[in-house]
Design a protein around this ligand. Structure first.
Ligand code: PMP
Length: 780
């Protein structure tokens, strides 16, 4: 039988798989006392530190860290440990600013002693000096800080310079963390990576980096420390002061010292290529290299990440109980995914893209932001651009359960690979989806139609209402947007009253928007819900008086384009009643706000207890980015529509869309995302209200769950809309790595409606970016 490639190994690897030394803190304390402690010394406190092959313990004396006790693993023979000790002493003698640990002699003068572990195997043990400073991983530092990144580069450069004349034959060994072996080991272990998309990524890297692999053999060689990761780099006051852990030293290409530092610095950075540039700059400032070496630094950093990803997949399969192996796995994959398409395949986002788009796509398509973004990757709540820069997506209510959610992707791809047809055949998925969706809606909303967009849903809702009432006229709220088709532009004041609009058609009747902050109600109106419901009643009566009775009142449950409006409590129920008493059907447009976003309820209309529409239209979030829309109505209305004319949508309700819709429902349930929208939305609203206390530019903060608007004004008394300022805040937030947008009739409302997967970290990030934007406009 052929062995899967992840199970084949070379001669240098079997020892890696031997068990780690069996030593716990108590045994480490005993070993320390019997070999290293002075007779008068107090009892040490011993704490185990993480390790891959060996066992490492911190020895505290008098409550302070004093030494590190290292019990070597099976791959480290005595000659290798001697060489590591020599290298530490060599570096300690050479470098000025950078501290490194040095071996501490045992009572008998030796720096390597023997001790039995718990299973009776003899192990080699060393005691090293303890260094001050905090591992970068635990320091409260900004990973994008270019001074810090440069300092990491300088430290790597100093080590590289000091090791240039250091030689020790034990380091000329085949070793898995030698970056020059990345191609061999990735090719061999890629099979251990479970996710097919990640295996494919490693394959793309293998192909794209082939020229780099071909040139590696010609680069100058040296012994390298080879492990400047954030657990081994010690910082103080935002600067690197020490380097620990010499267990991965190997003879490799000299430039690997820089590449390893770059690879780890890129993890968790918002702007990895800028961080890489700063590390490289620091490195070159103390360690000049040839052009060929300089050009290899970044590609070898990516090679190191690919190697790390493949080895951790392989090792976790063999040693599932060692959590150390998974420490940097998630950020390594994230970094690789961000760099894919940027450094793997640079021509994918060519610099003439904007000009080509302008040439071949219609000019009425707009861009977000003054300097358009090229977005190539989405993951969870984050988007990545063509420079691998990361942005928190604060405004994408479409990728509701997170960008590229693996379960949604798998459901779509899996069904694509089986079948895609239309609703003229029976298929279990579309029926199951209709059952699951209607179960989320109150009675009597229990019949579905499936379409491909929010516009198509509203278009069909209008047809249903016309069939059921025999009336064509429609009532809407001021500022509303309901879709892009001709009939929907006709009923959208946001469009027909906006630039290029042709004004209100006769069959459309507009009631004032119940906007508690900026609405047309007289000052001092106490019951806003009643006042605005009466205005709707007036509009409906006026239409009837003109012999144009209204057949449908269509209303977004929380108007978005009109400025992220939350209705006064009780408005919707009264408005629905007013519409019905005028003989109209109520259509709730939940395309933007529905599906758990408001947190406390599944649907926006449910914020008003007892308000039940006759037709609900759904879109955007239900397909998580896949074009999927739905209309849910009552049996009576559906029957009225079935007048003999067939309703058919080629793509509506196809099995792929149904599979995706079902997966989105599953994820919503399994990840409790509606509850998360409530928790994070409540936190965000609270913090935004705190923020508004510190700036007079915020006129109003409103929202429900993760559907929030921050209305900016020039003056809190006059409430003069601050439109250019709102745009300024959105641009500044973008520069700080958070994507937002503006809306509202005066373009002065900052919209916040992120995917529902945001956590507290994202809430803080969003607030920090907004605060930065507000501070910026305060200065201008
Ligand atoms: N209704 C509302 C409330 C919307 O926000 C939108 C889209 N912005 C639509 C309908 C139209 O949806 P689509 O763009 O998917 O056609």
């Amino acid at each position: 039988m052929e062995r899967p490639d992840e199970l084949t190994r070379t001669a240098d690897e079997p020892l890696d798989l031997a068990p780690r030394p069996q030593v716990d803190a108590a045994l480490a304390a005993a070993i320390y006392r019997s070999h290293f402690a002075s007779a008068t010394e107090a009892t040490p406190t011993v704490v185990e530190l993480p390790g891959e092959r060996d066992r490492t313990f911190r020895i505290d004396l008098d409550g302070r860290p004093a030494f590190v006790l290292k019990v070597a693993g099976p791959v480290e023979d005595r000659d290798l440990l001697v060489a590591q000790n020599d290298a530490m002493r060599h570096l300690a003698a050479r470098s000025t600013d950078l501290a490194v640990p040095t071996p501490v002699a045992a009572r008998d003068g030796r720096t390597i002693v023997e001790a039995s572990d718990a299973s009776g195997v003899e192990r080699l043990v060393r005691c090293l000096s303890w260094l001050p400073g905090t591992p970068l991983a635990f320091a409260a530092t900004d990973r994008d800080d270019s001074d810090l990144a440069r300092s990491v580069g300088v430290a790597a450069g100093e080590v590289s310079r000091a090791l240039a004349d250091f030689h020790a034959t034990p380091f000329a060994r085949p070793f898995q963390w030698d970056v020059t072996r990345a191609w061999e080991l990735v090719a061999r272990h890629r099979g251990a990576v479970e996710r097919p998309d990640r295996r494919a990524l490693l394959d793309r890297w293998l192909i794209a980096s082939a020229p780099v692999a071909a040139g590696v053999g010609a680069l100058p060689r040296s012994v390298v420390h080879n492990d400047a990761n954030d657990h081994n780099v010690l910082v103080e006051d935002g600067r690197v002061v020490g380097l620990i852990d010499f267990g991965d030293m190997v003879e490799s290409v000299a430039i690997a010292e820089a590449s390893v530092a770059v690879a780890y610095a890129m993890l968790d950075a918002r702007d990895p290529l800028a961080v890489a540039a700063a590390v490289i700059d620091g490195f070159l400032s103390v360690r000049p290299v040839s052009t060929a070496e300089r050009e290899a630094i970044l590609p070898l950093a990516v090679a190191r990440l690919a190697l790390s990803a493949a080895l951790s997949a392989y090792q976790q399969r063999r040693q599932p109980a060692n959590p150390y192996l998974a420490i940097s796995e998630a950020p390594v994959w994230e970094a690789l995914e961000r760099l894919d398409g940027v450094v793997f395949d640079a021509p994918r986002a060519p610099s003439d893209l904007l000009a080509r788009r302008r040439r071949r796509l219609g000019p009425s398509l707009s861009f977000a932001y003054a300097d358009p973004l090229t977005i190539l990757l989405g993951r969870g709540a984050y988007l990545y651009d063509d420079h691998a820069r990361r942005y928190l997506d604060g405004v994408n209510n479409v990728c509701h359960v997170g960008h590229a959610h693996p379960r949604v992707v798998a459901a779509g791809a899996g069904q694509m690979a089986r079948l895609n047809t239309n609703t003229r055949y029976l298929h279990p998925l579309v029926v199951a989806y209709a059952e699951r969706l209607t179960a989320l809606l109150p009675a009597p909303l229990d019949v579905c139609y499936f379409v491909n967009s929010g516009s198509e849903a509203n278009e069909l809702a209008l047809r249903l209402s016309r069939a059921a009432t025999g009336r064509r006229d429609v009532a809407v709220l001021a500022g509303a947007y309901h879709g892009n088709t001709s009939s929907l532009v006709d009923i959208s004041p946001y469009k027909f009253d906006g630039p290029g609009g042709a004004g209100r058609p006769d069959h459309v009747h507009v009631a004032p928007l119940p906007d508690a902050y900026r609405g047309v109600h007289p000052i001092g109106t106490t019951d806003l819900a009643a006042w605005y419901a009466e205005r709707l009643t007036d509009v409906l009566a006026e239409a009837t008086a003109q012999a144009r009775p209204v057949g449908a009142f269509i209303v977004e449950s929380l108007p978005g384009a009109a400025g992220q409006i939350v209705f006064p409590e009780g408005y919707l129920g009264r408005a629905y009643a007013a519409a019905r008493s005028a003989g109209a059907i109520v259509i709730a447009d939940e395309v933007q706000v529905g599906f758990g976003r408001v947190g406390s309820e599944v649907w926006g209309f449910e914020l008003d207890a007892g308000a039940v529409p006759d037709i609900v239209t759904l879109g955007k979030p239900i397909g998580n980015g896949h074009p999927l829309g739905a209309v849910v109505t009552t049996r009576a209305i559906a029957d009225a529509f079935a007048n003999g004319m067939e309703y058919f949508s080629t793509f509506g309700g196809n099995p792929v869309s149904a599979a995706i819709g079902l997966a989105v429902l599953d994820v919503m349930r399994d990840e409790a995302l509606q509850a998360n929208a409530l928790a994070m939305g409540t936190l965000l609203l609270e913090r935004l209200r705190d923020l508004s206390a510190s700036t007079s530019r915020i006129g109003d903060v409103r929202g429900a769950g993760l559907f929030i608007g921050v209305e900016l004004v020039r003056d809190r008394d006059t409430r003069t809309p601050a439109a250019t300022e709102a745009t300024g805040v959105v641009e500044a937030a973008k520069a700080a790595g958070v994507l937002l947008s503006t809306d509202g009739p005066d373009h002065n409302v900052v919209k916040i409606k992120p995917p529902l997967v945001v956590g507290e970290r994202e809430v803080e990030r969003l607030l920090a970016a907004l605060a930065r934007g507000l501070a910026k406009i305060a200065r201008t």
